[in-house]
Design a protein around this ligand. Structure first.
Ligand code: FUB
Length: 326
């Protein structure tokens, strides 16, 4: 009997190693040489996320003829030094949401709570109109599965501010110091609502925030006592931002943070601190010769503050940050 148990344990260990090796073999490793950071495929709407001292970038994949959005997958990349990067097997596709139309992996963001990783995505609902879904995983690299089996936000839930069908996109998620989670999103109108502790249901009413020139792509971050709400403004898009002492506002508009990003009519940012420095993660359309507004590429540059907490205008560079962390 003891021998049988030992043999079973040995087979289990061999299978475990084989599985780990199979997963590793699917990881694609590459080196960044500046901006854009990712050049072997087109990537857009980068949402940076720091976990266990690793810098993750979640992005939608741009494909197709470059004439309109054709986005079948969301992708995940990681680095610890900005030079050496890993791309993991495709962790989430629009087809993983049974209620979504295919090829609509619009902007998204990942956050961790209680050891689970929640990925809030914008996509197209089969019944029409954009919608927000949420997927969940046990690891930052997935695989992710639809956490609800239905959309979290649909177009019929936000009809007061605008009647357009694409206002429910670009979710950003924030867990405040008291543990209350918030979802913020929007196009034309900027919306926010509380999330329940389970992270997959809204709690309470959907409110709007009045932000000058707001187009889309809200992103929340905090430094010290200040909350920052950055967003894409006008069209073609520049990045603007507002500051507040509370996640519930009032928000004070602070002006332009980044100019139009090269050769792209959209400009979708995320802002994070990593190993003591702040980074502005965005996309442009600069890969020759096909790159453009619908074949975009992730870039990273440094972000600096003034002593009063306001942010200095971003300097987009070709060099990027690939030699920033030794
Ligand atoms: O990638 C599709 C859409 O373009 C995003 O949801 C917007 O933020 C804009 O970048």
């Amino acid at each position: 009997m003891k021998k049988v148990v030992q043999i079973c344990m040995l087979i289990g260990t061999i299978l475990w190693f084989a599985n780990v090796q199979a997963q590793d073999e699917q990881i694609f490793e590459f080196q960044a040489t500046g901006n854009p950071v990712i050049t072997h495929k087109y990537t857009a709407d980068p949402a940076a996320f720091i976990y266990d001292d690793v810098f993750y970038v979640y992005a939608g994949q741009d494909t197709g003829d470059g004439k309109w959005y054709n986005m079948p997958n969301w992708l995940v990349f990681s680095t610890e030094d900005f030079k050496n990067w890993k791309e993991y097997p495709v962790p989430l596709k629009t087809s993983d949401f049974k209620w979504a139309k295919d090829h609509s992996s619009w902007a998204a963001q990942v956050i961790e709570r209680n050891g689970k990783f929640y990925w809030y995505v914008s996509t197209e609902h089969q019944t029409g109109g954009k919608a927000i879904g949420v997927a969940v995983a046990d690891s930052p690299t997935g695989p992710f599965v639809d956490a609800r089996g239905s959309a979290l936000v649909t177009n019929d839930m936000t009809t007061d501010c605008t009647d357009i069908s694409w206002d429910d996109i670009d979710p950003t998620v924030w867990i405040d110091d008291d543990g209350q989670a918030y979802l913020m999103w929007g196009n034309t109108c900027c919306y926010y609502a509380k999330l329940k502790e389970n992270m997959i249901e809204l709690e309470g009413e959907i409110k709007t925030i009045d932000l000058p020139h707001f187009t889309e792509a809200p992103w929340i971050h905090k430094k010290g006592d200040w909350y920052y709400l950055s967003y894409a403004a006008w069209f073609p898009e520049k990045t603007c931002y507002a500051m507040s002492k509370s996640i519930e506002g009032p928000w004070e508009y602070k002006g332009i943070l980044n100019e139009v990003a090269g050769n792209s009519n959209t400009n979708h940012q995320s802002i994070v601190e990593f190993k003591g420095n702040w980074y502005f993660v965005y996309h442009n359309g600069s890969i020759p010769t096909a790159g453009g507004s619908y074949l975009r590429s992730v870039c990273i540059d440094r972000l600096y503050y003034n002593s009063d907490g306001t942010i200095k205008r971003i300097q987009m560079t070709s060099e990027g940050v690939s030699s920033a962390v030794k």
